[in-house]
Write a protein that binds this ligand. Sequence first.
Ligand code: CO
Length: 668
Amino acid sequence: MSEHTQVEMTEMKYGKDRPKAKHELKIEDISLRDGHQSLFATRGRTEDMIPVAEKMDEIGFWAVEVWGGATFDAMHRFLGEDPWERLRTLKRYFKKTPFSMLLRGQNLVGYRNYADDVAKLFVKKTVDNGLEVFRTFDALNDYRNFETVVPVIKECGAHFQGCICYTLTEPRIGGDVYNLEYYIQKAKDLEDMGADSICVKDMAGLLAPYDAYKLIKALKDNVKPLIHLHSHFTSGMSPMTHFKAIEAGVDIIDTCLTPYAYRTSHAALEPFVMSLLGTNRDTGFDINALADINEILEREVMPKYKHLLDDTKVSGIDINVLLHQTPGGMLSNLVNQLRDMDALDKMDEVLKELPRVRKELGQIPLVTPTSQIVGIQTVNNVLFDTPEERYKMVTAQVKDLCYGLYGKTSVPIDPEVQKKALKGYERGEEPITCRPAEVLEPELENAKKEIGDLAVDDEDLILYALFPVTGKKYLLQKYGKEQVPESLKPITMEEVEKQKRLVEKARKGELFEKDKLKEGPEKSEYTRTFNVFVEGDYFEVGVDEVGGAPVITYAAPVAAPVAAAPAPVAPVPQAAPAPAPAAPAPEAKKAPAPVESAGTPVTAPMPGMVIKYEKNVGDSVNEGETVVVIEAMKMENALPAPTSGVIKAVNYKSGDSVAKGEVLAVIE
Ligand code: CO
């Protein structure tokens, strides 16, 4: 054997009381955050975590990840739950195991950089509510975006885990940008910042086994903090990758309990426990105790979520990740967006354009939110560019990136693209080089004024500061000023059982239809509904499509703050697509009838939500000037005037949803 392996067989004792391994492998369980974020679009409810919480607390995990990432957003928006309450509730059951969260650096748990005052209060309140380990990352690996949160994490006595987002430009580690030296340097930077541990965050499942060996070994040789590996299963490599990382001496790995594992999630824990039994890396975990937890989850919890699993594919592995080195979630977002625009046939072009756009935008890692930024801009380029002109429709987020608002890119942004993007940009045409949050005004006082008494404590205030539109809506529900919509309420096991019985009956051919027209609700013109009638009971199954294409209709018609990124359309799964059925059923809301008018229309090139009109009726406008900004797939798109003239009609208002092709304004 040429290579020394650090996994050695030691004691051949398998019982619960077997002796502690020499270099025990530590495990962070991430079922209750990344697991259900990856598989069930973050729809896991607190009440479904409680049945296993005390048993999980007994296993001996290094930490359990229960918060952060998309949970904060998805909980208040789709589950009618207070995210802070989850921490407090779970803390009553997890008495020994530390809580970990995923913190998006200065983006906190949102999709843009927040001002320092928000960031500081957020970290402080998070510790107050029971959080101990802050897994902190920045999409650009620009650690200046850690400078505000890290001192607060440290002051509060919490654990600062610094992340290195793992990304590639070649099929394997190496090349000019993301080579071994890059990762070692990043680890040293984190060590200098006082990292208690360092996590390699492989959100797309790109890390190949032998690269993992090289990488982990290099990190162990060069820095002192504990080394932690987070590698998604998406491409199918992760169990092998983890194993090579274990051989290279990785200290901690992330796994999920089996029902939350695989697909776009993570490797399952139980096979590791068994594989390492009796070695110097033995986890020491009791496999029977884990089996008990699995049993409860399978019986009492998973049936309520099964319908959210993306079952469009038989394969559990996304081969595209191996082919294109592109996060699985990003690809499915692209497919959804192209479908919205009736342009699915352009997928090949998009995949070809993507590496070019990424390179022009500074070869940035592809992780929330940069994967969306690069992806959507690529789609815009493919759909709207002409042979004479590229980057015809630049999203607001690409403008922000070019300005330096996300941080420093790995290589400089293409100067021509940057110049074009920043032409007429509201903050200035000269990009900044300082820490991004330095140009942000404090936000808390304003937020306080806006939300007033509706925010009872700092936790409420933060919710509103991070998500002004949906956060306010939630607070109105929380304090009984607005009813909680039916769509936010949980599915009960009784309902699941009822549905199961129906399916069984249907399989046996015992279902019959009765009084269909009398008992069923009226179908709207666009509803694709399957009505099932069993004796006296009426059931409805199906997906509601409005206007033949998904139209975002649930955002409250409240003006989004101008400088802020708009409230996103749906939580961005870090590496996983939001399975379509998990999207809220659109409330069929009638769009105002477009005003009949002669003149040149400004039409929506894609379905989306109106953010703001830059021009109003009576304003004169020059060709190419922005008339209206719409949000699609979480990105803002400024729509230019197709001709010069005077605005004659404005057909929508901020917050309205529009379908592709609708006339937003008329110029005469
Ligand atoms: Co992840």
